[in-house]
Ligand binder design. Sequence first.
Ligand code: HEC
Length: 119
Amino acid sequence: MHKSLAAGLLCLTALGSVHADDLGKKAFEQCIACHSLKAGENGVGPTLHGLLGSTAGMVEGFRFSGPMKRSGIVWDEKNLAEFLRNPQAVVPNTRMPFSGMSDEAALKALVGYLAAATK
Ligand code: HEC
């Protein structure tokens, strides 16, 4: 009886993580009109390929705003979450026309999704 309970809990945990991935992927739908995950594919916004660990405003072939280029941010999960929560607060006058995410669960899932999907 204990064994089946443990199996049931494991199963729930697995479902939980699948759900988080789905939530992240779904949240990325807010970005996809402007951002690709493919290397070299810039649109209204720069490709996000290779984002984590890169310096802000450096994607080749994309014209960034002065504030983004001068921000000196090296993207990690923490500052990415802060930026997506409120872009203008982190990079004042950024040209990214996105007002920010207020749903913390979706934001966390999105950052996790991007950490894997932008590699
Ligand atoms: C309407 C278009 C648009 C939407 C929607 C948008 N972005 Fe952007 N994004 C931009 C633009 C334009 C820039 C360049 C900003 C600048 O140069 O100031 C940018 C810049 C960025 C950067 C900095 C990239 C770098 O290499 O420094 C990140 C990270 C980013 N966006 C992530 C996202 C995510 C994640 C979403 C979805 C939640 C999103 N953006 C939604 C247009 C958009």
